[in-house]
Design a binder for this molecule. Sequence first.
Ligand SMILES: *[C@@H]1O[C@H](CO)[C@@H](O)[C@H](O)[C@H]1NC(C)=O
Ligand SMILES: *[C@@H]1O[C@H](CO)[C@@H](O)[C@H](O)[C@H]1NC(C)=O
Ligand SMILES: *[C@@H]1O[C@H](CO)[C@@H](O)[C@H](O)[C@H]1NC(C)=O
Length: 356
Amino acid sequence: MNSFKVLFTLAFFVCLLERVKLLDNGLARTPPMGWMSWGYYMCGDNCLDQPHKCLDEELILSVVDTFYNDGYQEAGYEYIVIDDCWSERERDSDGRLVPDRNRFPHGMKFISDYVTYIKFGHYLNKTERPIVYSCSWPYYIEFKHNKTPDYSKVSAHCNLWRNYHDVYTSWPSVRDIVNHYKMAYSTLYQHHGPGGWNDPDMLIIGTESLTESQSRIQLSVFAMLSAPLLLSCDMTKITEYERSLLQNLDLIAIAQDPLGIMAQPYELTYFITLWVKKHLPMKGDKYHSFSFALVNLYRRNFTVSFTPGSYGLQSKDGYTVMDVFTGNYLRNITLEDSIIVTVPFEDVILYTLYAL
Ligand SMILES: *[C@@H]1O[C@H](CO)[C@@H](O)[C@H](O)[C@H]1NC(C)=O
Ligand SMILES: *[C@@H]1O[C@H](CO)[C@@H](O)[C@H](O)[C@H]1NC(C)=O
Ligand SMILES: *[C@@H]1O[C@H](CO)[C@@H](O)[C@H](O)[C@H]1NC(C)=O
C-alpha cells in the first residue's frame, strides 16, 4: 500500500457507464478505504462565509498530509475522493470541466501530482488511469422509482454502488443504515465481493456526532459488511480514541478481508443482532476464521448467550476467541460452548475466532 488514489466522482458517471459493457477493470478487489468530501463539507463552495467548510486545494492537501503523517496510510486508508463542486459552473471553450479557479487555483492535476510528489509509489507511471466506478443508480431506482434494482446488472457495471439514503452526521442516521442493511441482507449479499461492493455511505467518525461506542458500531458493522470505509470529516478534529479505532488493524483485517463476504445478521433477541462473517486466515485449507459482532442499537444493556459453533464453524479442535477492540485473547472454545456476554447500550462486542 504505497500510493494514494485520488478520485473525482461526477454526476455523469452514469453516462460513462453506458459505454462499458461489462466491468472487469481489476479494481477495488477489497472495499475502498479513505476520505471523501461530501458528508462533512458537502458542496463546500461558500468559503467566505463558511471557511471551516471550505472545499479547496488546501483542505485536500492537508488530508493527504494527515493520511501520510498520522498512520492512516499504513493502516490502509488510500483513497481521497473529491465529490461534487470542485469545478466551475461553466465548461471551457473545448467543453471540458474546469476546476474552480479560486478554490483549486492550481488545477486538479496539481493535487494528483502532490500525492506522488511525496513519493509514495509509482502511481503516475500507470498511464492507463484506473478509475473506480461508484454508482448511485440502485438508490434512485429503489427510492425514487419504487422498483427493485437489478443487482446483477449493477454489479456488472460498477465497483461500488449506493442503495440507501445519504448518511448525515447524527447517530439516528447510522442506526437507520445499520437496520436497513440488516433488512436488505438477503438481497444484497449475493452481489457483493471483490470488485463490487454495496456502499452504505460514508463514516461519520470525526464529525463530533457520535459517542465512542456509537463510533465502534458504525466502524464494526461497516467492517463486517465489507463496506467501503470512507471518512468525511475535518481530519484535525479526529480524537485520539477515534484515530486508534480507525487504525485498529484487527478491525481493518475484517474490513479488508480478500474474500469480501458480507456478514449475515441474526436476531439473537429483539434488541441484539449478531452479525457473523467468515474470513481469512484459514487453518490449513479447511477452517476459516469467523468474526462475530453483537450489536446493541438501544439505550439499555442486554446480556445474551450464543453458541458460535451454530454458525458454520467446523474445526473439532475448537477456536480461540479474540476481543477485537482490546486485542486480548479471552478464551478457547469447543463447537458446543456458549459465550455469555453483556452488550452495553448503543455498543458492540466484536470477537474474531481463529481455528485451533
Ligand atoms: C511502473 O510500476 C510497475 C508496478 O510497480 C512496474 O512493474 C513498472 O516497471 C513501472 N514502470 C516504470 C516505467 O517505472
Ligand atoms: C488456546 O489454545 C492454545 C493452543 O492450545 C493455547 O496456546 C492458548 O494459550 C489457549 N488460549 C487461552 C486463552 O486459553
Ligand atoms: C451498562 O454497561 C456499562 C458498560 O459496561 C456499565 O458502565 C453500566 O453500569 C451498565 N448499566 C447498567 C444499568 O447496568
